[in-house]
Structures are given as structure tokens and as C-alpha cells.
Design a binder for this molecule. Sequence first.
Ligand SMILES: [Cu+2]
Length: 169
Amino acid sequence: MQPVQKERPMRRMTRFLMMAAVASLAVAVTACSGSEATHTKPEDAARAAVAAALFTGPAGQSLSLEMTDLKFSTPALAAKSGELVEVALANKGSIEHDFSIAKLPGEKALRVGDRDTDVAKGNNEVHAHLRAGQTGVVRMRVSSPGAYEFFCTVPGHKEAGMKGTFTVQ
Ligand SMILES: [Cu+2]
């Protein structure tokens, strides 16, 4: 038997697998366009990819911040730009609070409990909302040095003192 003939069944198999892959892709596309409610938006997929990357492996810097009723445990957080920073959040108060930053250049992701969730909300690029007693983790890789204000968006809380500065060098 010549080598050319030996390759044939393999080629046929490859072609079959490729056709099967194309066919299943077509089914997936049809199913996706048929139901808008379950359609994954490109921005959601991009956010999920950023979250998966940021939550892989240990962070370069670990910070923690506790929330109590109308107070953060520290008014000053510091980190290095370009480094993977983790902020472990704990709401030890009896009402809801959040850790928010209006504008923060770079990548960021939020995990509450064991679930990755939307890190941005409203006008804020970081918005980690925690119910009383809840914990969460924000991971960030800030791309530009600067002094970024963090605060709680619950009405009246920032004015009462729930704010601080996240300094990135
Ligand atoms: Cu608050």
C-alpha cells in the first residue's frame, strides 16, 4: 500500500469533522439569533474574559477594606500601577454599602461569593455592592498612576464620610 492511499481515510475523517463543526456552529448561531433573551452580548463576553484572566492565580498585592455603617476601615489604599491588586471587601455593617470608583483606567473585575459579577454600574467603573454581612473581592490592574477617589454610592453615605483615596504609583 502506498502512503497516499493510507492518508485517505484520515483525510475523509478530517473533512467529516470539519463539516460537523461547521454544522454545529450553524445550529448554535441559529439558536442564538432565535432567542434574544439568552443571547450573550459581546461586552458581556469581553467582561467575562477579563474577569477570568484577573481571577487566575494569586494577586501581586492584597488589600482589605471593611465597611461599617457610614465608615470605611481606612480612608487610604495604595497600589502600584500595572500590578494585579486585590481588594478584599467585607460589609460588617447592618445595611448595604458599596466600594465605588467613578473612573479607573485599566482592567477590573468583581467576585461576590463564588460568582463573577458586573464590576461597573451606573456612572462608576468600579461598583462593588455588598449587602449587610456580605463579602466580595475586586481585582484590578490599574494602567495609570493617580489618586482615585473611592466612595459609597448609597445616598448620604459619601457625605457622611464613606470615602477615601486609592493612590496608584
Ligand atoms: Cu454605604
